[in-house]
Design a protein around this ligand. Structure first.
Ligand code: 4AD
Ligand code: MG
Length: 503
């Protein structure tokens, strides 16, 4: 990697070139590394990753987040004030101008011969927590304000961006309309009661009703409100006019799940389509996932190769039987190239009940009878052990699913569908919706849901109702799958989990 650059011969040009470099516009490091012609004078700005010095040369690796790769800056120490050179350390921000030379070392096309160095912000090496070595993910979570400056997190953030863009592109190209659904709502879309309250009432002395209860009619919105758990219900209203829509925004769940797959604040992408039945819904979910993952494979190659290598390193520390059979890149290609397996909940229960894991009591939650809710260990058994493919389960028992799902003719199941992925379990949850007013109304009554909070939802079934379907993709679970990160806290810039809302 060390390059024996030829600034000896270049030094003669220094004076004339330094006039040129003083007015240069900033070039992104990605552009400099891949496109800018050799010989051009450029200016780059970024953060120092490493500095290595010897008597005759100082090498600075500079990164600006435009790519995983650093630009190597070659400095002739004789040309600069040593007090300036001494303040350059890992984490410092700099503006550097000079001439782009063909790199003498392996691994990079070009390097920059520095003619002008400016330190924008120093980073005291005694105090700056990121050093050029591998830090644990746990430690990095404690310094989430600085972790985007690591290779791993910058790569994850760029992949995350590309996945979001691919979602918008997929739906835009199909003519879906992006709908912004509200974040503050007065209803509980999933009926699970796991909501964060939104209020401006004084917490120590709220107004009370005659019965001694908090009087929410005096609250900001004149009623109880909360942060939304899903944009679906409002999405349905739009689909029943525009036919094909999607929402993509933050959702909030006050469930006390301290797992590697749950966040209290996460992003959900929810398409909703009039005139789609459950099969159309499954087809769209499969096509979409393949499209997005293919997009990432084609557009995030350097970052995914880096994450692939990272995971292979991590796997080396695992026991043989715990290692995955496929590398990250193989897993992604596998999803794109293979049909998902589709089966009913009832068929899945039979497989699980008869599985070795169940009979040898290896599951934490044993499957005993039809109607049991599936845990992540069951979902992953089906995907990773039994089918070795992504799985779409459908027709779940009505008792374990939300009120809005379409009731099947058997009187026991609903037209629900969950997409299950290796390493993740449920990545998508969706259904055909109950479009029949009477059936929906009876269900709402049966579950004791306050129908006054859903009068507008019910009205759509009175005026021009149509069969329709939709689903929700947990965006961070997708990012987890594509980046191979084991913990969901590491794929969102600033995670919110029970007991933790820093940054
Ligand atoms: O299955 P869920 O609860 O479905 C809905 O909210 C429906 N309204 C979606 C729809 O039909 N429009 O959530 C959808 C997905 C899950 O499959 C999962 O990937 C993700 O959202 N998810 C979470 N992701 C991170 N943290 C949590 N606490 C999550 N809860 C659900
Ligand atoms: Mg679900």
């Amino acid at each position: 990697m060390e390059s024996g650059s030829n600034f000896g011969s270049f030094a003669g040009n220094l004076m004339s070139k330094s006039i040129v470099v003083s007015h240069l516009k900033r070039t992104k490091i990605n552009t400099a590394l891949t496109e800018t012609p050799v010989g051009l004078a450029i200016c780059v700005k970024g953060w120092v990753r490493t500095k290595r010095e010897s008597k005759n040369v100082v090498f600075i690796n500079l990164n600006d987040g435009s790519t995983i790769d650093n630009l190597q800056i070659v400095v002739n120490p004789a040309q600069f004030d040593s007090s300036i050179l001494d303040t350059i350390s890992t984490g410092a921000s700099m503006s550097i101008s000079g001439k782009l030379n063909e790199s003498q070392g392996a691994g990079q096309r070009v390097e920059l011969i520095a003619e002008k160095l400016e330190i924008l912000g120093v980073a005291d090496p005694e105090k700056f927590p990121l050093q050029p070595k591998r830090h644990s993910l746990e430690f990095l979570r404690e310094i989430a304000h600085l972790r985007p400056r690591t290779n791993t997190f910058a790569a994850i953030l760029r992949v995350r961006h590309n996945l979001a863009y691919a979602i918008h592109k997929f739906f835009n190209d199909k003519g879906f309309v992006y709908i912004h659904t509200p974040i503050i709502t007065g209803s509980d879309a999933e009926g699970a009661g796991e909501m964060f309250r939104v209020t401006t009432l004084n917490p120590t002395n709220p107004p009370k009703t005659d019965k001694g209860e908090v009087d929410y009619t005096k609250d900001f919105f004149g009623k109880e409100t909360n942060l939304t758990v899903s944009g679906q219900l409002e999405g349905e209203l739009a689909a029943l006019a525009l036919t094909e829509i999607y929402t993509f925004g933050p959702t909030f769940r006050a469930e006390n799940s301290n797992t590697s797959r749950h966040l209290a604040e996460f992003w959900m992408m929810e398409p909703e389509m009039a005139f789609y039945d459950i099969t159309d819904n499954m087809d769209l979910a499969e096509e979409m996932l393949k499209y997005i993952i293919k997009y990432a494979l084609q557009n995030c190659t350097p970052d995914l190769e880096f994450l692939n290598k990272r995971l292979l390193e991590e796997e080396k520390n695992k026991k043989q039987e715990e290692r995955s059979e496929m590398s990250l890149l193989e897993r992604l290609a596998f999803i794109v190239d293979n049909d998902f397996v589709r089966l009913t909940y009832t068929e899945a229960i039979d497989i699980l009940r008869n599985s070795k894991s169940n009979q040898k009591k290896k599951f934490q939650f044993l499957i005993e009878e039809w109607g049991a809710d599936l845990q992540s260990e069951h979902e992953r058994y089906l995907v990773e052990k039994h089918f070795k493919k992504p799985v779409i389960l459908k027709d779940y028992p009505a008792t374990i699913k939300a009120f809005y799902m379409r009731q099947n003719d058997d009187g026991k199941t609903v037209a629900a569908m969950d997409v299950l992925f290796p390493g993740i379990g449920e990545i998508i949850g969706g259904s055909q919706r109950e479009e029949r007013y009477d059936k929906l109304y009876d269900k709402i009554r049966e579950l004791g849901i306050d129908e006054d909070t859903l009068w507008w939802y019910l009205e759509t079934r009175k005026f021009g109702t149509v069969p329709h379907s939709g689903f929700g993709l947990g965006f961070e679970r997708l990012v987890q799958f594509v980046t191979g990160m084991g913990n969901i806290r590491d794929v969102i810039p600033f995670p919110r989990t029970p007991g933790s809302a820093d940054f």
